[in-house]
Design a protein around this ligand. Structure first.
Ligand code: ATP
Ligand code: MG
Length: 424
């Protein structure tokens, strides 16, 4: 019997996990700079939360959720995205009552969607996202966009573009909805069955269809910007003004509608423009969701957020040939030549570690030469050899691997000596 990872999932092995850690670290630093505090919510929620929060007409809810019944007969779903959970927690913990507003949250963790497996599309993937809840100021739309652009440039991506649109307010969407129905109705028979059911429920979704994207009626469909109310247009103009002030370039795409039901006003995606990135170029999606907090049982509070996956970020880095500056260093390897030396080696590496010096030794009884090779393979900066003589003298030679220099140091002085030259 042999086992494999479930389809659409992956093991992240040592060698690769260091990259993940580095990216996560950079993201956390930026969250700190922008003051988006981490929230950790459960990996599963009541199914209804996503039906309500993500929307019944979305692909996520219709086809992609991992839904199961627990032993108590409750319907639960592995979270397919982070916003619904964050907003649920915001409402449940009455964060709207906190003195410090807007509430700026961030999260990072696995999400689950039953998708067809292809490059950049996993069934378990890690999303990082933020939510700023409690402000309808266009300046904060620009701030969340600035944060995600900062993340991409900090990890070293250059070939990315920001695509922007406004879905307007309710009035805008209602007028546009009517126009879409009139546009698609006469020929709806030529569209996929999903689009046919979207026509009445949520015709905007048709524009996001992956099956019919080449249908001529798509390009000629009524464009949202033509339906923006004066207020919505003014809001959008301010978002653009702030982005200009921050020096963030963008492209307007009037057909950018995004996969989730709850968006209004600002929506955006960030795409990779790197050659050879493949068919799926969207790295990040986000937008404003005024109304969602109320839908989930809270007060009428506006919000905006985005989500990106680390998997696609890594693919973009690969496509651009960016090498992350991953540090995989070992400070000291202690070579022990007999059983007695081994005890001393264990004692020494423990004292090194206690002082923040990374240290390792042999645990499979290798000969001296093989231990030296292991030290080399691990990239040890310093190597100590312990044998009878060293134990008798209570001192050992510290070899600096980069230069070949050797220095005899008393055992009791090793920690100080290593701390000092390790910093040079
Ligand atoms: P797509 O159109 O690619 O299916 P989406 O609209 O479903 O994207 P969102 O729900 O907005 O995507 O998720 C935000 C981001 O999460 C995406 O831009 C992408 O980077 C990432 N993402 C979404 N689904 C997956 C997946 N199955 N595997 C890896 N990353 C994903
Ligand atoms: Mg999707």
């Amino acid at each position: 019997m042999s086992f494999k990872v479930p389809r659409g999932t992956q093991d992240i092995l040592p060698g690769q996990s260091e990259k993940w850690q580095l990216i996560e670290e950079k993201i956390r630093e930026l969250c700190h700079l922008y003051r988006y505090k981490e929230i950790r919510t459960p990996m599963f929620e009541a199914t209804e939360l996503f039906q309500r929060g993500v929307g019944d007409t979305t692909d996520i809810v219709q086809k992609e959720m991992y839904t199961f019944e627990d032993r108590g007969g409750r319907s639960l779903t592995l979270r397919p995205e982070g916003t619904a959970s964050a907003v649920r927690a915001y409402v449940e913990h009455k964060m709207f009552g906190q003195p410090d507003q807007p509430v700026k949250l961030s999260y990072m963790g696995p999400m689950f969607r039953y998708e067809r497996q292809q490059a950049g599309r996993y069934r378990q993937f890690v999303q990082f996202g933020v939510e700023a809840i409690g402000s309808a100021d266009p300046a904060i739309d620009a701030e969340v966009i600035a944060l995600v652009m900062d993340i991409y440039s900090t990890v070293g991506l250059k070939d990315i573009k920001l695509v922007l649109n406004s879905l307007g307010d309710k009035e805008t969407r209602d007028a546009h909805r009517q126009a879409l129905i009139e546009h698609f109705q006469p020929s709806i028979g030529e569209f996929c069955s999903d689009c046919q059911s979207r026509l009445e429920k949520n015709p905007l979704r048709i524009l996001d269809c992956k099956v019919d994207r080449e249908h001529p009626l798509m390009a000629s469909a009524p464009a949202l910007p033509d339906y923006l109310t004066a207020d919505s247009a003014a809001y959008f103009a301010k978002v653009k003004m702030y982005l200009d002030a921050l020096g963030i370039a963008y492209e307007i795409d009037p057909n950018l509608v995004r996969g989730l039901d709850y968006y209004n006003h600002t929506t955006f995606e960030i795409m990779s423009t790197a050659a050879g990135f493949g068919a799926i170029t969207t790295l990040c999606g986000g937008g404003r969701y005024n109304g969602l907090v109320e839908d989930i049982g809270g007060p009428d509070m506006p919000g905006i957020g985005f989500a990106l996956s680390i998997e696609r970020l890594l693919l973009a880095l690969e496509a651009e040939g960016v090498e992350l500056d991953v540090k995989d260093e070992l400070d000291v390897f202690v070579v022990a030549l007999d059983d007695e030396a081994k005890v001393k080696a264990a004692e020494l590496i423990s004292s090194f570690r206690a002082k923040g010096i990374s240290a390792d030794m042999d645990y499979i009884d290798r000969k001296m030469k093989a231990q030296m090779k292991a030290a080399d393979r691990l990239g040890a900066k310093f190597v100590l050899v312990l044998g009878e003589t060293e134990l008798a003298e209570a001192a050992a030679n510290v070899k600096t691997m980069a230069t070949g220099d050797q220095q005899k140091v008393a055992f009791h002085d090793l920690v100080n000596y290593l701390s000092r030259i390790n910093r040079l």
